[in-house]
Design a protein around this ligand. Structure first.
Ligand SMILES: *Cc1c(COP(=O)(O)O)cnc(C)c1O
Length: 432
């Protein structure tokens, strides 16, 4: 079996070599000796080239109407396709400086310590916790969906003393509850999710920063799913550490994650006794890489995702041109339009209070008598459309519809509603 596969891939390689040799031009001339070298080395390899890689890449066009990633506008895709430059070239520093200004705008902050993680939203979560907390210190985590659960685990893994305040998905915490818990556990860090995408809840933020300040605790807020879709004001709301991700309402490809620390957070993280557990996420190095530490030279720490930064810069440019307020308004309007359509289909919104709904990710209760996986599979198969089920504690409770940034249009809401109506009509009601 293995031999048959091997000889087939060898044959394909020969065909590729023949095709390359048949090509005219300097590239072909350079390509032919390379392929010959490859051919000669074939005898010494015991693991053959995988036949799957001799087929062209297939990435279908899909409507990404789940909680992320969302579709990426052509302008951002084009930016990502620009030729690579070095991560330490002056042009790259300028691009990184532009990105920093863009992140300060979308976070509504003047914090100098504003950078982008080379990694997904989780990289920012870990960076925030690893740098501001030392082993044995108390951390308080608000859990009303999966994101609090994740942060609690991250903090536990690095040796923090973690206290959880827990509500069922869709629940939220009053300022009184938060203050009581902060008084009781005296945490150095309190974590709250602004846009709880696993439940579709947008958590009220007013006053939380003041409570944390009063009790000498840092406030860490996750806006991966909400940034650009719902208002957040890092400085005005006294948020000490804020992060987001590239692939939700910002409509960039996954893989980069903006994060900002204010002076209180810098005080704590740059006056620690122990080094953070992660070298890659150590803010002493990252602040230099992003030109935030006042040093004249940036020293090599790691190679940032150059193309990812091109794409992120373009997505920040789009949001800057459009304006944050216009973007918030649009998300609210399209979400309201979607709510009406869902109710017309007889579906029940999972978050009853309209003001607490997350405009970027709408959750509906699973319609009675239906198997949610069947509905989602039907829409994927017949409409090339992604919606998703719950995540973590909300699994089996909700279906999630994301219309974020570029996807946030009434025409897309109509398409989502049409696909849902079709699925409801054609998916058999389960026997139960
Ligand atoms: C998607 C999401 C994350 C995680 O982001 P990744 O890029 O998948 O690591 C974190 N928090 C919230 C609220 C999210 O919606």
């Amino acid at each position: 079996m293995q031999r048959a596969l091997f000889s087939r891939s060898a044959l394909l390689a020969q065909q590729a070599a023949a095709a390359a040799a048949a090509l005219d031009g300097p590239l072909a001339a350079r390509g032919a000796p390379m392929l010959q070298r490859l051919d000669r080395s074939m005898s010494s390899v015991t693991v053959p080239p995988p036949s799957c890689l001799l087929r062209p890449l297939e990435a279908p066009l899909r409507y990404l109407f789940g909680p992320g990633p969302s579709n990426v506008p052509p302008r951002v895709l084009a930016a990502q396709g620009r030729p690579i430059i070095g991560h330490l070239h002056p042009e790259m520093y300028e691009i990184m400086n532009d990105i920093k200004k863009g992140v300060q705008y979308i976070f509504q902050t003047e914090n100098n310590m504003t950078i982008v993680m080379s990694g997904s939203g989780h990289a920012a979560m870990e960076c925030a916790v690893f740098n501001t907390v030392e082993p044995g210190e108390s951390v308080l985590v608000a859990i009303n969906g999966i994101w609090g659960e994740r942060v609690a685990e991250i903090a536990e893994r690095m040796g923090a003393n973690v206290h959880r305040m827990v509500k069922a998905p869709g629940g939220f915490f009053t300022n009184k509850e938060i203050e009581q818990a902060v008084e009781k556990h005296k945490p150095v860090l309190f974590f709250l999710t602004h846009g709880e995408s696993s439940a579709g809840l947008c958590h009220p933020m007013d006053g939380v920063g003041d409570i944390c300040r009063k009790h000498n605790c840092l406030l860490l807020v996750d806006t991966v799913a909400s940034l650009g879709a719902a208002p957040i004001f890092m400085d005005k709301q006294n948020i000490d550490i804020l992060y987001t991700g590239s692939q939700k309402a910002l409509n960039a490809p996954p893989g980069t994650a903006p994060i900002s620390f204010n002076d209180r957070a810098c005080q704590k993280m740059f006056n620690r006794k122990t080094k953070p557990v992660s070298y890659l996420f150590d803010m002493t190095h990252l602040s230099n890489y992003w030109g935030c530490d006042g040093q004249p030279a940036r020293i090599y720490h790691h190679t940032g995702p150059v193309s990812g930064f091109f794409a992120l810069r373009e997505s920040l440019a789009i949001l800057s041109e459009r304006g944050l307020e216009a973007s918030w308004k649009k998300h609210k309007e399209v979400a309201a339009y979607l709510y009406r359509g869902l109710e017309d289909l007889g579906l029940k919104l999972f978050i009853p209070e309209r003001d607490l709904r997350l405009p970027s990710v709408t959750t509906i209760a699973i319609p009675e008598g239906y198997e949610w996986r069947e509905l989602l599979a039907y829409m994927m198969k017949h409409h090339q459309m992604e919606m998703t089920g719950g995540l973590g504690p909300s699994i089996g409770m909700v279906i999630r519809i994301g219309l974020m940034g570029y996807n946030c249009e009434k025409t897309n809401a109509d398409m989502a509603l049409h696909a849902l109506a079709d699925a409801l009509k054609n998916c058999k009601k389960s026997r139960a």
